[in-house]
Design a protein around this ligand. Structure first.
Ligand SMILES: [Ca+2]
Length: 72
């Protein structure tokens, strides 16, 4: 199959997410967030984000700031 439609994607995602318990996924996400949040203030600034992902285009980084406060 060349095209992966929504149903196929959803099924793959469910399999992937259910393979790891929710508490472990949450802990992994928290560790990743804390790695990027270098000053530990609970927010990821543009500078912190670009330090970890220097090759992302500005448009991609800007799209993450939903309320345009400069933090993620
Ligand atoms: Ca921070």
């Amino acid at each position: 199959m060349v095209f992966a439609g929504p149903r196929t994607f959803s099924r793959r995602r469910q399999i992937s997410l259910s393979a790891v318990p929710a508490d472990q996924r949450w802990a992994q996400l928290k560790r990743q967030f804390d790695t990027i949040d270098s000053d530990g203030d609970g927010f990821i600034t543009h500078a912190e984000f670009t330090e970890h992902f220097p090759h992302l285009p500005a448009e991609a980084i800007g799209a993450l700031d939903g309320n345009a406060d400069g933090r993620r």
